[in-house]
Each structure stands twice: as C-alpha cells, then as structure tokens.
Design a protein around this ligand. Structure first.
Ligand code: ZN
Ligand code: FE
Length: 240
C-alpha cells in the first residue's frame, strides 16, 4: 500500500513523498526544489527509487536532475512531452504501469493545463497524484489545451473510486473556495467544505489531500455537466 506525505516547496507547491509499505520503496512526485526534497528523503531513511513528473513546468521539475544525481533514482514522465522534460528512464502514456516496490500505479493522460500532463493513480491506498489538473475546489488553467480536452481529463479523474485521495500540486484551496462559493453559492456541501478548509489553513495545516467524494460534491469544475458549462466557469475563474 502507498502512503504519501507533503514536502512544501516554493511559495505554494507540494512535492509528494510516496512510500510503498511492503518494501520501503520511495518516490518523489514533482521535485521542484532539491534541498527541501533531499531533507525529506533523508529524514525518511535516505532511499529514493523513483521520481514521478506530472508535467514540464519549472515549478514541478526544476530539482529533478539534482535529486536524481544524489540518489540514483529513475525518472518517469510523459512520452508526449519527453522533449521538454528532464531525461526520462521511463516515458509513459495512457494506461502504462509504474511499479514502486509491490505497488503499481497507473498512468492517466490528462491534457488541458499542458499538452502532456499525466496523473498517477495507485489503487492500493487510493492515491491520485494529479499535479496541476485537478485542485481542491478548482482545476488547472488551460495553458495549452482546449476546454473539451480538460473537461474529458477531469471526467477520467471523476470516475475513480470516490474514496480516492487527491494529492494535487498546489495549496490553492482557500482562493479556489472563494470563486467556488461565488459560482455555486447555494451548494451546502461546498459551504461546509470551505469552512473546513478555512479551519485547516488557520491552524497552519495543508488542505490537501482531499477526498474525491468531497471534490465531486463541492468542486464546481467537477460538477460542470458539459463542456460549455465547464468552459464558461474556467473563463470566469480566469477573470475572478
Ligand atoms: Zn503547471
Ligand atoms: Fe504548478
């Protein structure tokens, strides 16, 4: 079974330190800075088997080469964006498997934020690493993809088991909640979840991971029923 702990980076990024309970195999997702990531790896025993990359943006990959050189880990990322990712040992696409000890993650292609964005889903432990595709109470900006692509990407994530835990790449939840409440003010589940997030953040705690079931009930971008509704929401959020 996979467990995950956050490594806070930069201003509001999270890298995720994954551990396979059966073997102690360890992975880091999106190591944007090497020093805090190395400190977290060393504190957890100094072992690193894999580096998993969700997409090519600097705030997700910039520490990759230093971390790989220090621990000798294998780097996994999207085949579609291999030309603009650090050197990959495993170039993956939809449906590929990524082994971490005895746990196996599945690659889900989620174009929209970037062309080659991928998510990693570990069924054993119910862990979804989703980078800048799905955020708690929000979703990534459409920097390269169309609304239809991002809508389809989010539908794939929405179809995972509702008990799945969503490990995204940024602590954006409080500001996402402000737009979500503006867009969907009568949603009681959203109002309750937003209050819960404010409590967590006031205590200095991360608001992520979140439970997919809560996102399905409260996140307006997952609740949009069609591409046109989604596109309208995303455009309004960009100007909010
Ligand atoms: Zn990004
Ligand atoms: Fe990002």
């Amino acid at each position: 079974m996979i467990t995950a702990q956050p490594v806070a980076l930069l201003r509001d990024n999270y890298a995720w330190l994954l551990r396979d309970g059966a073997t102690g195999a360890t992975a880091i997702v999106d190591p944007a800075e090497s020093a805090p990531v190395a400190a977290a790896i060393d504190a957890a025993g100094g072992r690193l088997d894999l580096i998993l990359l969700t997409h090519h943006h600097g705030d997700h990959i910039a520490g990759t080469d230093e971390v790989r050189d220090r621990y000798g880990a294998r780097v996994v990322g999207a085949r579609a964006d291999a030309h603009r990712l650090p050197a990959l040992n495993q170039a993956v696409r939809e449906g590929d498997s990524v082994a971490l000890g005895e746990s196996v993650g599945r690659v889900i292609e989620t174009p929209g934020h970037t062309h080659g964005h991928v998510c990693y889903y570990f069924p054993d432990g119910g862990v979804l690493l989703c980078g800048d595709t799905l955020f708690s109470l929000g979703c990534g900006r459409l920097l390269e993809g169309t609304p239809a692509e991002m809508f389809a990407s989010l539908r794939k994530l929405a179809a995972l088991p509702p008990e799945t835990m969503v490990y995204c790449g940024h602590e954006y939840t409080e500001s996402n909640a402000r737009f979500a409440l503006h867009a969907d003010p009568a949603n009681a589940a959203l109002r309750a979840y937003a209050a819960h997030v404010r409590t967590l953040r006031a205590a200095g705690s991360p608001s992520v991971p979140s439970r997919l079931a809560d996102e399905l009930a409260a996140n307006p971008f997952l609740r949009a029923r069609d591409v046109a509704t989604f596109a309208d929401l995303r455009a309004r959020k960009d100007k909010f």
